[in-house]
Design a protein around this ligand. Structure first.
Ligand code: PMP
Length: 287
């Protein structure tokens, strides 16, 4: 079955979907995105993703393609059309396609935003093999721009970071700036020491993860101690355990940092427990 995607108001087989070569998303990475996970055919934390989408658009003075109710209807239609039980919905909004390349923003009255959505079918998303094994991570310098709180499609450096990690025999990279970990290439980073969960505080230096917000809420509700502050790789190497969070991998245990094994080299109890709680609670409020 060919995947049906959404492009500017139309539901089309993926091979027929087209956007202009002048689209600013293509030419200038002038676009924002969201990834929402699907479990049991339902959207996880949709309200969180639409709220962050609106914030990203506002920060870049971009228009939304449609209102958030319509966006929910489009997500649901794509999940139905593609028969997604477990997987992801990717959404991208760009500043549209003016009729030429120009650094100056086009007039939004004459250049409407472009919006594209597609689904990814991932049958074992919740029960992934990687989550049982845990990830090995290395650290690299954080060379990204300084508005990481905006979820833009400028993903070249995170993509390079992932490749550096793969070449080094690891699964992913954590990014380090001024001696402190900011976040992972596509996730928020955490260490656990003496039952304390430590993760960097929110600022423009990191993406305000939707999964991060939910996991910290669930951790506090379960009487776990959470400390929102920066930590270094030296501290990470001394940690009892570590993990990352993202909408596409939920809570992912980390078993090795820069070649140092954490604990007994298997996913730690707090990461495992948080993954269970996150999946259980998120399924309850999925729409
Ligand atoms: N940080 C970065 C840099 C990311 O790319 C992502 C995932 N897109 C996250 C954190 C996690 O955010 P979320 O939990 O909303 O997926």
């Amino acid at each position: 079955m060919s995947r049906i995607v959404f492009v500017n108001g139309e539901y089309l087989p993926e091979a027929e979907a087209k956007i202009s070569i002048f689209d600013r998303g293509f030419l200038m990475a002038d676009g924002v995105y969201e990834v929402t996970s699907v479990l049991d055919g339902k959207l996880i934390d949709f309200a969180g993703h639409t709220k962050r989408l609106q914030r990203s658009l506002d920060e870049l003075e971009m228009r939304a393609y449609c209102d958030m109710d319509e966006l929910l209807a489009i997500h649901r239609e794509l999940v139905d059309l593609n028969e997604i039980n477990e997987g992801l919905v990717y959404l991208q909004v760009t500043r549209g396609a003016p009729n030429d390349r120009d650094f100056v923003f086009p007039d939004p009255e004459t250049t409407p935003p472009t919006m594209v959505l597609f689904t990814q079918n991932i049958p074992n998303l919740a029960d992934s093999a990687a989550s049982k094994k845990g990830n090995k991570i290395i650290s690299i310098e954080d060379l990204r721009w300084h508005r990481r709180d905006i979820k833009t499609v400028q993903l070249l450096y995170p993509s390079m970071g992932k490749m550096i990690a793969k070449k080094a025999g690891a699964d992913d990279a954590w990014l380090v700036e001024d001696g402190m970990v900011t976040e992972g290439t596509s996730n928020n980073a955490y260490i656990v020491k003496g039952n304390k969960i430590i993760t960097r505080q929110l600022s423009n230096d990191i993406l305000h993860g939707i999964t991060r917000a939910a996991v910290l809420r669930f951790a506090r509700e379960a009487q776990m101690v959470v400390e929102e502050r920066s930590f270094s790789m030296d501290e990470a190497k001394e940690a009892d355990e570590a993990f990352t969070t993202s909408a596409s991998a939920f809570v992912m245990p980390v078993i090795e940092v820069d070649g140092v094994m954490l604990g007994d080299g298997t996913p730690g109890p707090i990461a495992k427990r948080l993954r269970e709680i996150y999946l259980e609670e998120s399924r309850k409020t999925a729409i």
